[in-house]
Ligand binder design. Structure first.
Ligand code: HEC
Ligand code: HEC
Ligand code: HEC
Ligand code: HEC
Ligand code: HEC
Ligand code: HEC
Length: 424
């Protein structure tokens, strides 16, 4: 077993070098990977079940998706090892879903004489991975708004480890049928025979191997997979150009809207059944126009062509994967703002895994300014403004915004709810 895994690490280095758009040495390739990458027939990890190579489901995934000594951001890694992020050093991955390492970053602050702690566990989904030091959430016993128990939360609560869901040539999603030839997550692929939509007799994996209709874990049964396309290099600093995932609307045939998908576990946090912020709902012309013209606090001079920000993504009002692929860029070549029939959903405000902010939000909502006196708030910024710094160094704040230069914002920038609502 050891030899197999070391062999894989060598291949993984090649994947890193090539990027993922149909790399010669992928692992899942959009479907079920080599069984022994995750299972060991004769020497499974002590205490493990399902003959897994590590102590539990999430530790198995993280045996590849986290790598000690990683200088990051690195390709398919979604977690930073604890030793690589001592106090004052932020997690290193910058993927759209976010680095689970933020769950281990607690911050202590003194505001108006009172000391309080922002628990790392509030930064996102506490997947249980004993080998990597991830433990069950201490605050939420279940998914807020639903019944899914936090004691069962793992990578495979949301991703099908066997990647069976596939998109057929007629656009529908199925669990069996035409073979999966490649990942369907990316804007481009070099796999021979790859086409968008997939050619007759072939299929592509669903976005990010996500759970689809009938997939049951704990109390949750999913109703369909959400649509999206990402650029093939997606885990990267946004210091110079943004990483645009093009999220799509639900269509028929085994798809679900993004809000419906999240609401599989967060039942009452969906607009249909609770008193919460609208999700999977059209922006309408006023909000779409705010989004397009909003540049930063006090500046509504945007032309709409450069309106997009990955800190407040919208759901495109299309289910056409070829259109989404054309928008999934990391070179700022397509930054077009939304139209009235594009939508707001959970991922407009939250990341799927974790973020540098409470509730896996894409920006800090705890305080009225996210930039203060032309600086990212930090305990080392002047003035210190502890209510905005919240116990972090300015560099940690910048990392949570995926390394954007502070000059992209106003000198006194208010919350990004304003991207849509322009109340500043
Ligand atoms: C990416 C990791 C991964 C790969 C690759 C993988 N498995 Fe699994 N497998 C898992 C996990 C995780 C579980 C536990 C599922 C759960 O918690 O319900 C599992 C469970 C199983 C089970 C128990 C029943 C079930 O489906 O839940 C069988 C049988 C199985 N795998 C067979 C295979 C075979 C055969 C292959 C290769 C064709 C394979 N697996 C490849 C991760 C993987
Ligand atoms: C043996 C190493 C290894 C293990 C174990 C592993 N992965 Fe991966 N994973 C990779 C590599 C390499 C890639 C990028 C290449 C690819 O997608 O095939 C990847 C990509 C992915 C992607 C993006 C795929 C896409 O098509 O968009 C997801 C999602 C993912 N892994 C989830 C998981 C989950 C969940 C588990 C555990 C059940 C797991 N992985 C276990 C190596 C691994
Ligand atoms: C609550 C559901 C959920 C859990 C739990 C979860 N994922 Fe994900 N994951 C997603 C979604 C949704 C995306 C797509 C994010 C996007 O594009 O904005 C994603 C994206 C990814 C990607 C692509 C890179 C990225 O971050 O965008 C990888 C790799 C991945 N997940 C692996 C994992 C692994 C490994 C685990 C467990 C340690 C895990 N996921 C746990 C929902 C989940
Ligand atoms: C498989 C079930 C499941 C799915 C699907 C799921 N979640 Fe969760 N979520 C949970 C559980 C369980 C918790 C509570 C444990 C925790 O906070 O770590 C949680 C917690 C959260 C939190 C609160 C974090 C905190 O500590 O305040 C947010 C925000 C969240 N989820 C958003 C989402 C979004 C957005 C999606 C869709 C991309 C999603 N969830 C999909 C199970 C799920
Ligand atoms: C317009 C932005 C926005 C949208 C859209 C949105 N949320 Fe939130 N969410 C927030 C903010 C801000 C908070 C924290 C403050 C609060 O509770 O109002 C939050 C808090 C949460 C929490 C933590 C609640 C708790 O009690 O700890 C969960 C879980 C959550 N959201 C899930 C979701 C899910 C699932 C969706 C989609 C169905 C969604 N959110 C859509 C902005 C949003
Ligand atoms: C991606 C765009 C977008 C973002 C970001 C956004 N909203 Fe909204 N919001 C909408 C849309 C669309 C509506 C529904 C249409 C309307 O009320 O005009 C809405 C409605 C609302 C409403 C009225 C709800 C009702 O039932 O009448 C409030 C309050 C609100 N948003 C607050 C917020 C706050 C606070 C934030 C930041 C945490 C936020 N929004 C971020 C798009 C957005």
């Amino acid at each position: 077993m050891r030899t197999v895994r070391w062999g894989f690490i060598a291949l993984a280095a090649v994947v890193l070098a090539l990027g993922l758009g149909g790399a010669a040495y992928a692992f899942h390739s959009g479907g079920v990977a080599e069984c022994t990458g995750c299972h060991s027939m004769h020497s499974p990890a002590a205490g493990g079940s399902f003959l897994l190579v590590a102590s539990d489901q999430s530790s198995t995934c993280l045996s590849c998706h986290e790598h000690a000594g990683d200088t990051g951001p690195s390709s398919y890694h979604v977690s930073t090892a604890e030793a690589d992020m001592p106090a004052g050093v932020p997690p290193k991955q910058r993927s759209p879903g976010g680095d689970f390492g933020w769950l281990k970053k607690s911050y202590t602050m003194t505001i108006r004489g009172a000391t309080s702690t922002e628990e790392g566990s509030s930064h996102g989904h506490n997947i249980i991975a004993a080998d990597k030091g991830y433990v069950v959430d201490a605050v939420n016993a279940t998914a807020p708004g639903g019944t899914f128990p936090s004691t069962q939360l793992a990578c495979n609560s949301c991703h099908d480890p066997h990647g069976k869901y596939r998109r057929l040539s007629d656009g529908t999603i199925a669990k069996t049928g035409a073979p999966i030839i490649a990942s369907g997550s990316y804007a481009t692929s070099t796999t021979p025979g790859y086409a968008e939509p997939p050619a007759a007799g072939t299929a592509l994996g669903v976005y990010r191997l996500l759970a689809g209709a009938g997939y049951t874990k704990g109390t949750a049964t999913f109703s369909g997979v959400p649509a999206a396309k990402a650029p093939s290099a997606y885990n990267r600093t946004e210091a110079a150009t943004q990483t645009r995932v093009a999220y799509g609307k639900a269509s028929t045939g085994g798809h679900a809207a993004w809000g419906t998908w999240c609401a599989t576990c967060h039942t009452n946090m969906h607009s249909g059944s609770g008193n919460v912020h609208p999700t999977d709902e059209n922006l309408g012309s006023t909000i779409a126009s705010n989004y397009k013209t909003y540049v930063k606090s006090g500046d509504m001079s945007g032309d709409g062509i450069n309106g997009f920000t990955s800190l407040v993504p919208f759901i495109e009002g299309t289910a056409d994967y070829a259109v989404l692929a054309g928008h999934a860029k990391n070179d700022d070549s397509v930054l077009t703002g939304p139209g009235g029939s594009d939508q707001v959903s959970c991922l407009s405000c939250h990341r799927a895994h974790a973020s540098g902010w409470p509730h896996a939000l894409r920006w800090n909502v705890e305080g009225e300014f996210i930039v203060y006196n032309s600086l990212y708030p930090g305990t080392d910024s002047t003035p210190t403004a502890p209510q905005f710094a919240r116990g972090r160094l300015a560099a940690e704040t910048q990392a949570a915004y995926y390394d954007r230069p502070v000059t992209q914002f106003a000198s006194y920038q208010r919350l990004l709810c304003n991207k849509c609502h322009a109340n500043d």
